[in-house]
Design a protein around this ligand. Structure first.
Ligand code: LLP
Length: 404
């Protein structure tokens, strides 16, 4: 597959690459300067097309993970491409409904669903509730019996697969709080019987973690779904939807998207093989893969500082606007909006204004020495950027601007 770029330089200026156009970011900055997320909607559409192409003829539906980025225009773009959503709270469900999704396009996941969230999902008639524990299933059974409504649910399995990602975003290992182990399936069947006819078990799901760069564990999880589904046929339990979750990662260290697109291709091929005999619907819940590359966070240089030990570029945005580097030691490329080829280069820590030493957007970056007032872009922040931002230290939240 061809390498695709969402943002690139032209005449030393960083811009968004959209259909047939190149938009200079310096030209579209807000008049009142403030840290701003720019999203390239064209890039989101491209990613959806690439994901669909990788799946070939597999009967499948993409349910975009809203938690990655809930901007209304992104949701609209996702919806226009025929995708549904994966949500993890009443807030995300109502937000998705408000932005045009039907209840039948919505999946609800999450390990701690409240009575209110389960009741609302049932009354709205959403597509599937992915249940994560026996106690949650009992709660759902109680609610469905009280309202005398059929409740379509899936069981999220914990397949006990370890993945090579940050431990905070690994979710399919036996020590993680997510999903339930296969050995509890007899109890699931008991609970379904107990609340008959209200609990309709239609699906199995997995989500083993995020920012996964190796297809093998992802395919292993998909195989676990097929195996468990097969075993359930011996109990006359017909499962019609298999949900493989999200998790496909990107190459944050590089502007070159070739490697991640190759991985997508291998993933798609693997899924087509694994599910070749399955007649139902495959559900996917990608977040990062669809939107990470589509976003940059643009921030202005406040000060250049040398403390006799290190050089710092102090910018007006930090862990309050982009938590990933502080929370997961995540690496994001940092680039000047205006590339001054003549400026001498030096090594800097790029740090924010927040009163915490972990408020570092990038350690030891070799950058052309900027001036106060220059702009820098933190790259590949379309996923889990704004959605994890806060007003910590009572700074304003960042702005968001969509480009098409
Ligand atoms: N489905 C479920 C049930 C999930 O919990 C998640 C993400 C996804 C799908 C989408 O996963 P993705 O395709 O985006 O990997 N804040 C972290 C990532 C947390 C992911 C949480 N769950 C980060 O910034 O890296």
């Amino acid at each position: 597959m061809m390498e695709q770029k969402s943002f690139s330089y032209k005449n030393h200026r960083l811009g968004a690459v959209t259909e047939g156009k190149w938009i200079d970011l310096l030209e579209v900055l807000p008049s009142d300067p403030h840290p701003t997320y720019f999203y390239n909607l064209h890039s989101v559409k491209n990613r959806i097309d690439q994901l669909k192409a990788s799946l070939g003829g597999l009967q499948s539906k993409i349910h975009y993970a809203v938690k990655a980025n809930a901007h209304p225009h992104i949701l609209e773009m996702v919806r226009q491409q025929g995708c549904g959503v994966d949500t993890v709270s009443l807030g995300e469900m109502l937000h998705s409904l408000e932005h045009g999704f039907n209840p039948k396009d919505i999946i609800l996941s999450g390990v701690g669903k409240s009575k209110k969230e389960l009741t609302q999902s049932l009354l709205l008639g959403i597509k599937q509730i992915n249940v994560e524990s026996l106690s949650e299933l009992k709660r759902l059974g109680e609610i469905a019996s009280v309202y005398q409504r059929e409740c379509r649910f899936g069981i999220r399995l914990n397949p006990d697969i370890q993945v090579d990602t940050h431990p905070y975003i690994s979710t399919g290992f036996r020590e993680n709080k997510f999903g339930l182990p296969e050995k509890q399936i007899p109890e699931v069947l008991e609970i379904v019987k107990q609340y008959s006819p209200w609990l309709k078990w239609q699906g199995l799901s997995v989500h083993i973690g995020s920012q996964i760069r190796d297809v093998e564990p992802l395919l292993q999880a998909a195989k676990a779904l097929v195996r468990v589904r097969h075993n359930l046929t011996f109990y006359d339990q017909d499962i019609t939807s298999l949900d493989i979750g999200g998790g496909v990662g990107i190459d944050y260290k590089s502007a070159d998207e070739t490697a991640e697109l190759e991985m997508l291709k291998a993933y798609g091929k693997g899924l087509q093989n694994i599910f070749s005999d399955f007649k139902g619907e495959i559900l996917l819940e990608p977040g990062r893969f669809l939107v990470a590359r589509a976003g940059v966070l643009v921030t202005q240089v406040e000060y250049i500082k040398n403390n006799g030990f290190k050089n710092f570029i102090v910018v007006d945005s930090g862990m309050n606007h982009l938590l990933r580097p502080s929370l997961y030691q995540a690496y994001h490329r940092i680039l000047p909006l205006n590339e001054n080829a003549k400026a001498k280069k030096n090594i800097f820590d790029v740090v924010g204004p927040i009163c915490e030493s972990s408020d570092v957007l990038g350690y030891e970056r070799y950058l052309p020495e900027p001036q106060e007032g220059d702009w820098l872009a933190v790259m590949d922040v379309g996923a889990y950027g704004y959605s994890m931002s806060s007003d910590y230290n009572m700074h304003d939240k960042p702005h968001e601007i969509c480009l098409l």
